[in-house]
Design a protein around this ligand. Structure first.
Ligand code: NAD
Length: 257
């Protein structure tokens, strides 16, 4: 994919990093993004390994102007923006009555509102190119609920709604919009949840993995990063023009029940 550019939010950790590695292998130029302090180094190493161009930004997704700046910087650096992967996200687990308002608002801002601001900022360029692929990393929690996750479930359901609207508005311009909805993937975000859930459920960490996290998945395995990045690569293809407005659920059979 010489000369194609992808911006992946939250690509210096976890799922975003997995997706970035796969896009790099396919030859895309990448705008890395995230709050990890070694982001610059990660971008440089992957660029050298795969002979692609890469840059890095640590724009804070809590700030709409910073999100717009991130998209504009990508277009300025690479001259294009073909694929936008809205991946960054945070989690906080608590019963509703104790859920801190500041955590609720941050989850809505990063996991949902940032998807809107980034896509909005990319829209003009994608329209001009007559090519755009918006890939939103939602979650099985975009279609199912779990207790103690009021903010996260709300944000992830919202992302699926937004994905559909963007598909309708993007269709005349070859801009597609889809969501990927994974079950549990073993990333730093989940490592944190294991601890929080253990507290909320008053269980040990291994009990949480067995009895809470993977309980709802028919396949008792964490979803591999490769499955998610394979899906993202498919959705980014030139030939994927008619795959739009939908959600791809990689949840080990969770939502089949
Ligand atoms: P992670 O914690 O490993 O990575 C999150 C990334 O988002 C990091 O790069 C972090 O720096 C970035 N980020 C967080 N807050 C930010 C902010 N304010 N500004 C800029 N960047 C910020 O998490 P992950 O597990 O890889 O999750 C990635 C996405 O996948 C999230 O949207 C998450 O909800 C979703 N998801 C994860 C799982 C899972 O089991 N891990 C399952 C379903 C969906």
């Amino acid at each position: 994919m010489k000369n194609k550019t992808v911006l992946i939010t939250g690509s210096t950790s976890g799922i975003g990093l997995g997706i970035a590695n796969h896009f790099a292998k396919e030859g895309y130029n990448i705008m890395f993004h995230g709050l990890e302090l070694n982001g610059e180094e990660i971008a440089k190493k992957i660029a050298e390994k795969h002979h692609i161009k890469a840059a890095f930004s640590n724009a804070n997704l809590l700030q709409p102007e910073a999100i717009e700046g991130l998209v504009n910087e990508t277009i300025k650096t690479f001259g294009h923006l073909h694929v936008l992967v809205n991946n960054a996200g945070i989690q906080y687990v608590s019963p509703i009555e104790d859920f801190p308002n500041s955590k609720y608002e941050a989850i809505i801002a990063i996991n949902m509102n940032a998807v809107f601001y980034a896509s909005k900022a990319a829209w003009k360029q994608m329209k001009k190119q007559k090519f755009g692929r918006i890939i939103n990393v939602s979650s099985v929690h975009g279609i199912r609920a779990s207790e103690f996750k009021s903010a996260y479930v709300t944000a992830k359901h919202g992302v699926i709604g937004m994905t559909k609207v963007m598909a309708l508005e993007g269709a005349p311009f070859n801009i597609t919009s889809n969501a990927i909805c994974p079950g549990y993937v073993k990333t730093p975000l989940v490592e944190g949840q294991i601890k929080d859930q253990a507290k909320a459920h008053q269980m040990t960490e291994s009990e949480v993995i067995e009895k809470v996290m993977l309980k709802k998945q028919a396949v008792k395995e964490f979803v591999p990063l490769e499955a998610i990045s394979d899906m993202a690569i498919l959705l980014a293809k030139n030939s994927s023009t008619t795959i739009t407005g939908t959600s791809f659920v990689l949840d080990g059979g969770w939502s089949a029940q």
